[in-house]
Design a binder for this molecule. Structure first.
Ligand SMILES: [Fe+2]
Length: 320
């Protein structure tokens, strides 16, 4: 069940069926004329998607997308987007991207409406732009987005990198925004999000101060390629950004205190996290979700995937 906490700024929109069908028809016609692949042709795909979306989405949705980053919102969900005919879930991690041109045009078009840039990092996902979030049997037992049987505790993605200064190359930093397009989720596995602000207000002053101290080591998550990235040493978990808002880097599996006091602080942080109010989203086919990876913690519980062809499949793309 969804319980929306007071500090989570979360906008939800639903596309009307008629608009969805028009969008699907128009984008399908445009991509059918050509052969577009997400890594090589991402700007062309974004242009096709954004053009159709701007023409057909109602003004309130377009406005909500446009002001999302500047308004400092935590998350936005847009549901009932067009869904093409999908192939079997690529449980090995990668599939035929050209065959997903309609989906990619919509996903990348929406990122453009957010006035963001999609990007990939070389040390993860073979450097590919779109991550297939699928239960990969090879990732069994790991806390990777390719896992299923391991539970994720509250975390932020790639927290072992510095926060991006405005106007920088996002590939060198923690991804500011995570975007998802849901292909299928028959298992009804929820994605949970919680506002950092809701955690901070529940912290006692000592714990808050402790988290701001540069006494933690934060390592790379399982999804990163072996030795490609290094841990961030002597870093705070909690910081105040140039916009005056709190931001966080945290993954329980890779974050450790370097002093006894810092280890105690992390224990208190964990116990407060267990009580934080959250929104529990069961993403469905045609849903698009974006959230602020600096100011939102997310998690997913362990689940039993359906047979490979119809197993849970989300498409994730970083954006800055
Ligand atoms: Fe994650």
């Amino acid at each position: 069940m969804t319980s929306v906490p007071s500090l989570l700024q979360f906008a939800r929109y639903r596309v009307e069926d008629g608009v969805r069908d028009l969008l699907g028809k128009e984008i399908s016609a445009r991509v059918a004329e050509t052969n577009l692949e997400s890594d090589l042709d991402d700007t062309i795909l974004a242009g096709i998607g954004a053009y159709a979306l701007r023409r057909h989405l109602p003004g309130d949705i377009l406005h909500g997308m446009q002001v999302f980053t500047a308004a400092g919102s935590h998350a936005l969900l847009l549901s009932n987007l067009p869904a093409q005919e999908f192939p079997a879930t690529p449980v090995s991690g990668f599939g035929d991207e050209a065959g997903l041109a309609v989906t990619n045009a919509i996903h990348l078009g929406l990122i453009r409406l957010l006035e963001c840039t999609p990007f990939a990092v070389h040390f993860e996902n073979d450097g590919r732009l779109i991550r297939n979030v699928v239960p990969n049997p090879a990732a069994s037992g790991t806390t990777s987005s390719w896992g299923a049987d391991s539970e994720f505790f509250w975390h932020t993605d790639n927290p072992h990198q510095p926060f991006a200064p405005p106007g920088s190359d996002p590939r060198l930093y923690t991804p500011p925004y995570l975007t998802f397009y849901a292909v299928r989720n028959e298992e009804r596995v929820p994605t949970e999000i919680a506002a950092l602000d809701d955690v901070v207000v529940r912290l006692d002053p000592d714990t808050r101060l402790g988290l701001l101290a540069a006494e933690f080591e934060v390592g790379a998550p399982d999804s990163n390629d072996g030795e490609a990235t290094r841990a961030l040493r002597s870093t705070p978990v909690l910081e105040t950004g140039p916009d005056g808002r709190h931001r966080v880097r945290y993954d329980r599996g890779t974050t450790a205190g370097r002093t006894p006091a810092a280890r105690k602080t992390l224990e208190r942080w964990c116990s407060v996290l267990r009580t934080v109010p959250s929104a529990e989203l069961v993403l469905d086919t045609g849903d698009f979700l974006v959230f602020d990876n600096y100011r939102v913690l997310h998690r997913r519980k362990a689940f039993t995937p359906h047979p490979h062809a119809t197993a849970r499949w989300l498409r994730r793309c970083y954006a800055a």
